[in-house]
Design a protein around this ligand. Structure first.
Ligand SMILES: Cc1ncc(COP(=O)(O)O)c(C=O)c1O
Length: 457
């Protein structure tokens, strides 16, 4: 028995549990550069001394640790470019709530016996998102999650509960949480190829569907892939399902909008994510474009699906339909605060600025002879990986193989991009000065037209 106690031995899930029956792709093995070992820099917890209260030494020590930490946060925030977190916010007005242990355990719509909750804010936020994605109040269910990963785990679980024998399809550029869901729920999973842009290859998707016509399809659609910011064509995906003979009662689509879920509605040319189309759920991260200072997310699905996976819990006096038990009750208030302050108009302006600044960065990189790609609907600028890990760490770039990316969020101004570019160019001149090192070819990642290596210039 996998994952259970058998003969007193605990066995773990096999690493290759994700079965890709049709997929003949062999995962490329390469060295991954891991982060630093945190044990060497950790702040140890020590026992208080008897006279600490009278001397005040412990308070002073802790205050100095926190002051240094705060300083490092300011510095690290200044040099952050690689992850899709909007670090531009001011939640000073919410400081007064820090004194409360706010917990929304249970279902957002059914108050539990624990009274220190923020359901009134949570449901207000959920209504806002349901309106954005065009699902009526009496037809949706959702909750504020701990992150985009939890949204994916929930969306795919709903799909699995609707179609217990369904096969999960996900493009190979999908976030790792999608494949984690397949392992956790022991689902058969088929990886679909991607185009060079990172978008799902719809022809490959259809071919793979045709090989498994006997089983319902559960599909993860990316509204912004992690590395290249590619947006899967939802309409084309639905068309391929229909062409392969899958009627609407034989597929479930989860839209992973962790990254661009809140940007796409404000981009005119973007395929529309809406429950008017045959989709089952949408999730988005709250700490990314929205700019919440703690990880959180939003998950919206159709109310009719939720009855398949929920049960009443007497101890809570609420319903259990979420992945986690206790749920951060502060996050909904931060989301409510920012949605109220910015509104649709505010987000629209921010999206336009991000897209404009992303173009600015891509153009400057290319003018400087550095291969770079920017998908049309995206603010993720992909370019050749800098040669020095120290440089990568300083600017907190996300890397994969020969490519790195900058995700332009509202806090990333052209001045910051100019600082980054001038430092990159100075370092590059050093890396390549004696001709021993050459800029890597990134044509297989970004296409020959975007690569500026020696052979593609
Ligand atoms: C496409 C995509 N999905 C899901 C996630 C997971 O989101 P979170 O970090 O909020 O768990 C990410 C994270 O970057 C992502 O890029």
């Amino acid at each position: 028995m996998v994952g259970s106690v058998a003969n007193e031995k605990i066995q773990t899930l096999p690493e290759d549990f994700v079965t890709t029956k049709v997929d003949d792709e062999v995962e490329k093995k390469r060295e991954i550069s891991l982060g630093r070992n945190v044990h060497t820099t950790c702040h140890e917890v020590s026992e208080p001394d008897d006279d600490d209260d009278s001397t005040g030494d412990r308070e002073a020590y802790m205050a100095s640790v926190l002051a240094r930490y705060r300083k490092s946060l300011i510095e690290r925030t200044k040099h952050h470019l690689g992850y899709p977190y909007n670090l531009d916010f001011d939640y000073g007005a919410l400081g007064q709530l820090q004194h409360f242990s706010i917990n929304n355990l249970g279902d957002p719509f059914i108050e539990s016996n624990y009274g220190v909750h923020s359901r009134q804010f949570e449901v207000g936020v959920l209504d806002w998102f349901a309106r954005l994605w065009e699902l009526e109040k009496n037809e949706y269910w959702g909750y504020i999650t701990n992150c985009g990963t939890e949204g994916n785990l929930h969306g795919i679980l709903v799909g699995r509960e609707v179609f217990p024998d369904g096969i999960l399809y996900a493009s190979k550029d999908s976030h790792y949480s999608v494949f984690k869901a397949a392992r956790m729920y022991r689902m058969e999973c088929v990886k679909v190829n991607t185009l060079v842009s990172g978008e799902i290859d719809c022809d490959d998707f259809k071919a793979k569907l045709l090989c498994h016509k006997d089983k319902p399809a559960i599909l993860n659609v990316n509204i912004g892939t992690t590395v290249k910011g590619a947006v899967d064509d939802l309409d084309m995906v639905i068309q391929k399902l229909e062409e392969a003979g899958f009627t609407h009662d034989r597929f479930y689509i989860h839209c992973d909008g962790a990254l661009f879920g809140l940007m796409m509605p404000f981009v005119k040319r973007a395929p529309k994510v809406t429950f008017k189309k045959p989709i089952g759920s949408v999730s988005v991260s709250g700490h990314k474009f929205v700019g919440c200072p703690m990880p959180c997310g939003v998950q919206i699905t159709r109310l009719k699906h939720i009855n398949c996976l929920s049960s009443n819990v007497e101890y809570l006096a609420s319903r259990d339909a979420t992945i986690m038990g206790s749920r951060n009750g502060h996050a909904p208030i931060f989301l409510w605060y920012t949605l109220n302050r910015k509104g649709y108009g505010g987000f629209q302006k921010e999206v336009q600025t991000c897209l404009k600044n992303a173009h600015y960065l891509k153009d400057r990189l290319r003018e400087a002879g550095i291969g770079a790609m920017l998908n049309e609907l995206s603010s993720t600028v992909v370019f050749e990986r800098p040669q020095e890990e120290e440089f990568v760490r300083k600017w907190q770039l996300a890397c994969q193989g020969n490519i790195a990316h900058v995700i332009v969020m509202p806090n990333i101004t052209t001045e910051k991009l100019d600082d980054f570019l001038s430092e990159l160019l100075q370092h590059r001149a050093k890396w390549f000065q004696d001709g021993k090192l050459q800029a890597p070819c990134i044509a297989s990642d970004v296409g020959t037209e975007n690569c500026l290596c020696a052979s593609h210039k």
